[in-house]
Design a protein around this ligand. Structure first.
Ligand SMILES: Nc1ncnc2c1ncn2[C@@H]1O[C@H](COP(=O)(O)OP(=O)(O)OP(=O)(O)O)[C@@H](O)[C@H]1O
Ligand SMILES: [Mg+2]
Length: 359
């Protein structure tokens, strides 16, 4: 069904050989991804990844692709022998093309690899930390201010909380009375959770290149050795705080339950997973980040968890417009989960800091 389209895209990107076969990759919620095989003149098969960028989610593909171009070029210079991502260019020098009005295509090298969706294996968690730690370090001498902030204020916790309290004041769908406890908790930790955002605004931390989706399925692993090869999914690469990348990874990988577990007794921070991620990540960034950044990692985890709770709660209060929900109280369940996780992180903050010191 896609054959003719893929052929046309391949021609635009001047791929050598002839299209031989293709498969659609089921993984990935945002973009549409294909592995496309080309037969070379000598009979060898060379594979590429073709992707249709989700322009509903990513409104400005030109800026995203320029960010990706700059970041991948920088990493390739640092890592000439290792596996790197390389996006192909058209004869006009563009790394994406538009088909019709809004279908936006790009093509990158295919890396023979595996990905892991869940993080039950501590080695996967540790190696995921390694991959993102290396990514941060390779980009530590890149001027992040050169990147477009493609989603403005994405991790401005302060603004997210201000928005939440303003919406709670308006109570547009009459749900606020049922969430007073959650709002009170967020209010009580507002100063702590927004401290890093405030410090960043005052220039206490340099803007870093942040990935903003630091999950294990955005790392490609070697099939045989299981070691990390390369970080992928660079659509949300932006200037930001390294502690939020670290924190988001911990929030995702070290939660003892799913993000929408209705029984909050099951939700908490798994210190073994926290340690495993940190053991992978911290050694890479210890010399490239400032001591203040490294000391702020635990606060980063707490802040981003409260921030996400605030976003879920805000969506609940305003009538479930942003996050896709599967049932009536889904956003409230998610809120409670994140708040339980944040509380547990707060209680375990000294243990987490001790773990970081030991690494
Ligand atoms: N260069 C590549 N080589 C091999 N496999 C790849 C490559 N790029 C992506 N993949 C595979 O395709 C999947 C989806 O890719 P990607 O993460 O870019 O899409 P996505 O739709 O943004 O994903 P999500 O939103 O779920 O994180 C990856 O998890 C990986 O399995
Ligand atoms: Mg992905």
């Amino acid at each position: 069904m896609y054959t003719n389209k893929l052929k046309a895209v391949g021609e635009m990107f001047r791929l050598p050989g002839t299209l031989y076969s293709y498969t659609s990759i089921a993984n990935g919620n945002i973009n549409k991804t294909f592995k496309v095989d080309y037969m070379q003149a000598d009979g060898d098969i060379k594979s590429y990844m073709f992707q249709i960028i989700n322009t509903y989610v990513f409104k400005n593909p030109a800026q995203i692709m320029e960010n990706i171009d700059r970041v991948t070029r920088h990493i390739r210079k640092k890592n000439e022998d290792g596996v790197c991502l390389h996006f192909h260019h058209t004869k006009d020098g563009s790394n994406y093309i538009l088909m019709g009005d809004s279908e936006c295509w790009r093509v990158m090298n295919y890396v023979d690899s595996v990905t892991y969706n869940s993080s039950d294996d501590l080695n996967v968690v540790r190696y995921t930390g390694e991959a993102f730690g290396r990514f941060q370090t390779q980009l530590s001498d890149f001027d992040a201010a050169q990147l477009y902030e493609t989603i403005p204020d994405f991790h401005n916790t302060k603004k997210r909380l201000v928005q939440l309290f303003a919406d709670a004041e308006k109570d547009p769908v009459g749900r606020v009375d049922s969430v007073r406890g959650e709002l009170d908790y967020i209010k009580s930790v507002e100063d702590i959770a927004t401290r890093l955002t405030d410090m960043y605004a005052l220039g206490a931390f340099p803007p870093r290149v942040t990935h903003n989706d630091t999950k294990s399925n955005n790392v490609l692993f070697d099939r045989r050795t299981k070691k990390p090869l390369v970080v992928i999914d660079l659509d949300t690469v932006m200037p930001g705080m390294a502690m939020y990348d670290f924190g988001d990874a911990v929030r995702f990988a070290a939660n003892t339950a799913e993000e929408d577990e209705p029984d909050t007794d099951k939700v908490g921070l798994d210190l073994d997973k926290f340690k495993a991620f940190a053991e992978g990540y911290i050694p890479f960034v210890r010399d490239s980040l400032t001591p203040l950044e490294v000391d702020s990692m635990v606060l980063g985890a707490f802040s981003i968890t409260v921030e996400l709770a605030a976003r879920f709660l805000d969506d609940y209060i305003t009538g479930d417009k942003y996050f896709k929900t599967n049932y009536e109280n889904h956003n409230l369940v998610r809120t409670r989960c994140q708040l339980k996780l944040a509380q547990d992180m707060y209680e375990k903050r000294d243990k987490m800091k001790d773990i970081l010191k030991m690494i």
